[in-house]
Design a protein around this ligand. Structure first.
Ligand code: NAG
Length: 225
């Protein structure tokens, strides 16, 4: 009597009673996917788990550091000199005060040396200068004074417009600041970014050594990698 042993193949006459496995519906598709499919699924799962861990980590860091964008404001302006020459060129010297406020509890900023500050009138740069390099600790407000000097050529038309603005007591100026900044998290210093601040101001006059009021100001801050 024949008793099939679990480890051995059945004798040939028994095999004939069953259709060969590849006639079985669905068998072919499963074999086409096989180990490749499993490998891919595994990869996707790992990726999802990694992304989830990364997300949780970022959320955690965000919660701990609670990052906030620092604010900058032109607080004051003083015209030390502004001479319009007969050839419509203008020599100017301005002193502007910028208020930099870091509202972060755990993040500091290190402002680098390679900065530029420019004041322009109707797209013509009047004068330029640099910010001092400094380290702003967390929760700190610093007033920065910047001395700007320059010579520009306004041309007849622009000079006339400036005179009219002066009469109306509404002179639109733009202050452009570009400064490299490193973000400090505890003792960790991150990669250097460039902060670009554009401040559109309207002042009531640009007469040398006269008090100047800032009628309105509008500031935008952008970070560039
Ligand atoms: C803010 O930081 C500046 C520059 O580091 C420093 O001179 C000033 O004393 C700080 N202000 C406060 C209130 O800590």
């Amino acid at each position: 009597m024949y008793a099939p042993h679990p480890g051995y193949p059945p004798p040939p006459y028994m095999m004939l009673q069953q259709p060969p496995p590849y006639y079985h519906s669905g068998y072919k598709r499963r074999s086409g996917c096989g180990s490749c499919c499993r490998c891919f699924c595994c990869f996707i799962c790992c990726l999802l788990v990694l992304l989830m861990i990364l997300g949780i980590l970022l959320a955690y860091l965000y919660m701990i550091y609670d990052p906030k964008i620092p604010t900058y404001k032109v607080e004051g302006m003083e015209v030390k000199a502004l001479d319009i020459q007969p050839d419509f060129s203008v020599n100017s010297e301005l002193l502007i005060t910028v208020k930099a406020e870091n509202p972060n509890k755990k993040i500091g900023f290190i402002y680098g040396t390679d900065s530029s500050v420019m004041v322009s009138y109707s797209d013509t740069t009047l004068c330029s200068g640099n910010l001092p390099s400094f380290h702003q600790e967390h929760r700190n407000t610093t007033l920065i004074q910047v001395n700007l000097k320059g010579k520009a050529n306004l041309g007849q038309g622009l000079q006339q417009t400036l005179m009219e603005n002066q009469k109306d007591k509404k002179i639109p100026l733009a202050v452009h600041v570009k400064v490299p900044v490193r973000i400090q998290l505890g003792s960790l210093r991150l990669k250097e970014l460039t902060v670009v601040v554009t401040c559109s101001l309207v002042v009531d006059n640009v007469l040398p050594n006269a008090p100047i009021s800032i009628v309105s100001s509008d500031t935008s801050v952008k970070f560039r990698m």
